[in-house]
Design a protein around this ligand. Structure first.
Ligand code: G3P
Ligand code: CA
Length: 299
């Protein structure tokens, strides 16, 4: 068993070396990035989860900028919707955890939400990572993020709590169309749309069948998946995402054999990154895109 493991790690190191040798060299500028990593199965996707949220307050422009500098392939954005129908970047339905306010996003107008401090909590919670520049950061709208990073970036956007926000999918599609991010097919799209809600994804699929969709799956027990479930997924999704702690190599191989991408979350330790790559995942969500890039480059 140990011998098999050593052989697999050696094979992984070689594949990482070969993979690294195909990557562009030089600085982290957006123009040097692979322009079509999303559907290229040779490209292992580094998804900056809530930005580089291990280093900066999640879902702020500062966190997204850091993720971009650390060569994340995608900026991951969780969406909530304000009282006046604006899509904003936040993980929770409530503003309590990540701002100095209280209450639900749906009860705030955008103007009210913009008064909140979305950065100081991070300095208080992680004094060793604190930065005065994080004080007073605002909650960004989806449009602000897209305006800031433009078409050189790629966006991995999650419809959160869609049952709470009627019209969320239509508004999301309106915005990504406005910024010309959809492309003519799955391969050329600048966005991946993800959700735990199959209903929300099917709605997106019906609104635009060429949108690449990722079905997030929540497992309470070790993950299993049937041929029937895989078949159903391939009818509307290009891939799946689930907690990395719930899967094993057999699961990963079944998903890959069905032709689906698999992006586990949230993977922050290098050892786990290596193990998942060894199993054959096609990318992963991480709060530390710098660490994942180290692993992908054999460091
Ligand atoms: O979207 C992938 C992962 O982020 C799902 O979990 O709770 O961090 O949005 P969560
Ligand atoms: Ca998410």
């Amino acid at each position: 068993m140990k011998m098999k493991r050593r052989i697999k790690i050696a094979a992984l190191s070689m594949s990482i070396f070969l993979f690294a040798s195909m990557l562009p060299t030089g600085t982290a500028s957006a123009v040097e990035k692979d322009k079509s990593p999303g559907m290229n199965s040779n490209k292992l996707l580094n998804v900056a989860h809530r930005g580089a949220s291990g280093h900066a307050p999640e879902h702020t422009l500062a966190s997204y900028k850091l993720g971009d500098e650390m060569k994340g392939d995608y900026i991951e954005i969780d969406l909530q919707m304000t009282k006046d129908g604006k899509l904003i970047a936040m993980h929770d339905e409530s503003v309590d955890r990540t701002t100095n306010g209280t209450g639900l996003v749906k009860d705030y107008t955008l103007e009210q939400l913009k008064e909140l401090d979305a950065g100081s909590w991070f300095n208080e919670k992680y004094p060793e990572k604190a930065n005065p520049a994080y004080e007073g950061l605002q909650v960004p709208t989806l449009e602000q993020v897209l305006q800031t990073f433009g078409k050189d970036a790629r966006y991995y956007i999650e419809t959160k709590s869609p049952e709470v926000y009627p019209g969320m999918e239509e508004e999301l599609l309106r915005i990504i169309n406005k910024y010309n991010l959809t492309g003519v097919n799955e391969r050329s799209s600048k966005v991946l749309i993800q959700s735990f809600s199959q209903e929300s994804l099917l709605k997106m699929h019906n609104l635009n069948p060429s949108l690449p969709l990722i079905q997030l799956i929540s497992y309470k027990e070790p993950a299993t998946i049937s041929e029937g479930e895989l078949q159903e997924l391939t009818e509307y999704a290009v891939g799946v995402g689930m907690s990395a702690s719930k899967i094993d190599e057999t699961y990963v191989q079944k998903v890959r054999a069905a032709g689906l991408l698999i992006h586990p979350y949230t993977v922050n330790e290098k050892e786990q990154m290596m193990r998942l790559l060894d199993w054959g995942v096609t990318g992963m969500f991480t709060n530390y895109p710098d660490r994942l890039n180290d692993v992908l480059h054999g460091k």
